[in-house]
Design a protein around this ligand. Structure first.
Ligand code: BGC
Length: 247
């Protein structure tokens, strides 16, 4: 039996996480390795960490990277949670050159979404499926009959006077304002109401850090549509990045 492996690297605002993924089953075949994201999160500093992750696994083969920004053909087009010097950088080319092998790139929420659709809560679900990662920011991945509409950036909508809704409704706002899960949940609920009004999804999959505590606030979410927790948890970004490496 041929085993189809790829290295997935999930780059976040606070941690850069990697693992080797068996694409036949969408599971990590190694321990997950995490290195804190350097601050400031500049191209040079983050490229250094990426090299360390590739060296850690002594990996030669397909590499995919999930990045917390708009990424089009490898180029970074926004920088909400990374240093602004990333804007306009061809990150795929930079990373490929530094590790001496091709590196593919995509948005981090799009990666998590691909993983959930491929192996998690979205398997065999057609229609409009919206995957939301609720953590430091809010990431979004929109699927229509299993096909990704990339870079939707629904964490940056304006809502109820908040110019950037993720600053108010992401899990990081809960920490920043020392809110309990049940004090924060109505914010997420209001946000879900709004995105469900805009897109009429058949299914919403909630991922990111907040999904690990889904049971603490699920009963406070009104049934705007079917809403379920992501199943791949903190592996989704790595698995989706690995999928993109060969996709
Ligand atoms: C970024 C998105 C990202 C999300 C989750 C947002 O601030 O703009 O690109 O997907 O955070 O990391």
């Amino acid at each position: 039996m041929t085993v189809n492996l790829a290295l997935g690297i999930d780059i976040g605002g606070t941690g850069m996480k990697a693992g080797i993924v068996d694409l036949g089953i969408g599971e990590l075949v190694t321990e997950r390795e995490r290195i804190p994201t350097p601050q400031p999160a500049t191209p040079a500093a983050m490229t250094g960490v990426l090299e360390r992750l590739v060296d850690h696994f002594e990996w030669t083969g397909p590499i995919g990277t999930a990045f917390p920004a708009i990424v089009k053909r490898g180029v970074v087009h926004s920088a909400a949670n990374v240093d602004h010097s990333w804007l306009g950088v061809d990150a795929a080319a930079l990373f490929s050159e530094s590790v001496g092998q091709p590196v593919r790139m995509l948005n981090d929420a799009d990666a998590a979404g691909l993983a959930e659709i491929g192996y998690g809560a979205g398997v065999d679900r057609d229609g409009v499926v919206l995957v939301l990662t609720v953590g430091t920011g809010i990431g979004s991945a929109l699927f229509v009959d299993g096909v990704l509409v990339p870079n939707t950036e629904l964490g940056h909508l304006q809502l109820d006077g908040h110019t950037d809704v993720e600053d108010w409704a992401a899990a990081s706002a809960r920490d920043r304002e020392s809110l309990g899960w049940r004090d924060w949940a109505p914010r997420l609920d209001r946000y879900l109401e709004h995105v469900c009004f805009l897109f009429s999804p058949d299914l919403v999959i909630l991922g990111g850090g907040a999904s690990k505590r889904f049971e603490k606030f699920a009963d406070l979410l009104r049934p705007h549509t079917e809403i379920v927790a992501a199943t791949l948890r903190n592996r989704a970004g790595i698995v989706g990045a690995a999928m993109a490496a060969v996709g």
